[in-house]
Design a protein around this ligand. Structure first.
Ligand SMILES: [Fe+2]
Ligand SMILES: [Fe+2]
Length: 316
């Protein structure tokens, strides 16, 4: 699989029509769902069928805000941290440096766009902070900052960048189809923001692979072996809905008191989703992330199906 050349990437990123535009938002239409149903967690549980149409719509809108928040947190706290450390730790070509520097600026624009969209959607939740559903503890923040400070040693989390960028590409493509599933046409502002986001992410995925190639070229076989093992464990852990997904369910129930007695069941069913192959495939699958899957195989010898298909669980 051929990557875009860095020259081409830098060329494209200089063209305004090939970059995300920070356009003003219109009024949010609360009669519409915000995201396709298959991107929400409860959709994969039995509880979902027990909800009325209005409740499904309400849950979908809260989950849509959670998705914006996750993109924002990931790009601000994770991606840009890794990119800055990468530029500090490795000597790279001028082309790669320019591409990474532009990517950092673009991720900042994305974060502010997602923040604006969430504030327009749920001002009560996002007025004071851009983070409502995703809150890391102090220890978790420190631990991840420490690991990310050594990309030459612990490169396994870096794979999360192309994985989630290809996930966002698939999400943008699906949202641009304007169809939520059974809840009707998607909200126009959401369609527009995520369509704009796609313009930059198409290039970013290729930059990520150049970064990983560079980091891996400085790694010996023992380091690669350790990181391969950590990558598998890490990716299998993050598919368990532990924090932001359940936080959406709690907020949803808080706003819909009829559902209070079902809260424990809904939370249990969400937490069990990591053993639901259909749900796991909706998060990480080679068809959704062909570039990452291809280069993960090239660079580490493993593929997404080895990590995420339960039949293959003991093979790594
Ligand atoms: Fe982004
Ligand atoms: Fe990106």
């Amino acid at each position: 699989m051929k990557l875009l050349t860095l020259e081409k990437i830098n060329d494209l990123s200089a063209k305004p029509d090939r970059c995300m535009q920070d356009a003003p938002l219109g009024n949010i239409d609360f009669s519409c769902p915000f995201v396709p149903e298959i991107y929400t967690q409860l959709y994969f549980t039995d509880s979902y069928s027990q909800l009325s149409f209005e409740e499904k719509l309400h849950y979908n809108q809260l989950f849509g805000a959670r998705m914006n928040e996750q993109f924002l947190v990931f790009e601000e706290d994770f991606t840009n941290t890794v990119l800055r450390i990468f530029l500090q730790c490795f000597s790279v070509s001028d082309d790669l440096k320019a591409a990474v520097e532009k990517m950092i600026l673009e991720e900042n624009i994305h974060s502010s766009m997602f923040e604006k969209l969430n504030r327009a959607s749920f001002p009560d939740l996002f007025q004071k902070s851009s983070r409502f559903f995703t809150k890391l503890s102090f220890a978790e923040r420190k631990m991840s900052q420490w690991i990310l400070s050594f990309p030459g040693m612990f490169m396994f989390p870096v794979w999360l960048i192309p994985l989630l960028e290809e996930y966002s590409l698939k999400f943008s493509k699906d949202i641009m189809g304007k169809n939520s599933g059974m809840l009707g046409s998607l909200e126009e502002n959401y369609v527009r923001v995520h369509a704009e986001h796609k313009k930059d992410e198409v290039r970013h995925v290729h930059i990520d692979i150049y970064i990983l190639e560079k980091i891996l070229s400085h790694s010996g076989s023992l380091k690669k072996k350790i990181n391969r093992h950590l990558l598998v464990r890490f990716l299998r852990k993050i598919i368990i809905p532990r924090r932001s997904g359940p936080a959406v369910v709690k907020e949803f129930v808080k706003r819909n008191p009829r559902l209070r007695e079902f809260l424990p069941v809904m939370l249990r069913q969400s937490e069990n989703l990591s053993s639901n192959q259909e749900f796991v495939n909706s998060l990480f699958h080679a068809e959704m992330m062909p570039v990452t899957d291809y280069y993960m195989k090239e660079f580490t010898g493993i593929q997404l199906k080895d990590i995420f298909s339960f039949a293959g669980e003991n093979s790594i």
